[in-house]
Design a protein around this ligand. Structure first.
Ligand code: C2G
Length: 134
């Protein structure tokens, strides 16, 4: 059983998030997602629209997500990987190189982000009363 983990805020869930989770799951047989808590996001200077409980439940409801855990600190990744016997750490290539230190514990993969969609773009689009392009 190849176990995969990824981390993120997953606010205003969108197709870029879904693509990431689908690709992450395809790298193994089990996908764990660590969702940033509201408190941790404050440290990331991210003000979420959806509270942690909603962001976690939405991701947990995805057929190919096996488990959601809270992300409360930058330092927890190594412990998570060891404690949950993780084989693969995956995240978007906007983080490329930032988590190479995890290579001592598991495979580290950076996947390309989905173009032209982001939580910020959605916020701006909604505020301007427009719709997201296909
Ligand atoms: N993502 C993507 N394409 C987008 C937007 C996001 O592939 N258009 C990916 C990101 O690269 C990340 C995941 O979706 O792997 C979640 O993105 P965010 O919610 O923005 O998470 P982030 O703020 O990058 O938090 O400890 C790591 C952090 O928790 C990552």
């Amino acid at each position: 059983m190849k176990r995969v983990i990824t981390y993120g805020t997953y606010d205003l869930f969108h197709i870029g998030h879904l693509n990431m989770l689908r690709r992450a799951r395809a790298l193994g047989d089990y996908l764990m997602v660590a969702i940033s808590t509201d408190e941790f996001n404050t440290g990331k200077h991210k003000q979420c629209v959806y509270p942690y409980a909603h962001r976690a439940q939405i991701v947990e409801a995805i057929r190919f997500v096996d488990r959601v855990i809270p992300e409360t600190s930058w330092e927890q990744k190594t412990e998570d990987i060891v404690n949950h016997s993780i084989d693969v750490f995956v995240i978007g290539d906007d983080w490329i190189g930032k988590f190479d230190f995890l290579k001592d514990y598991c495979e580290v993969i950076y996947l390309p982000r989905t173009e032209s969609i982001s939580t910020t773009a959605i916020k701006n689009t909604v505020q301007n009363g427009k719709s997201i392009s296909r």
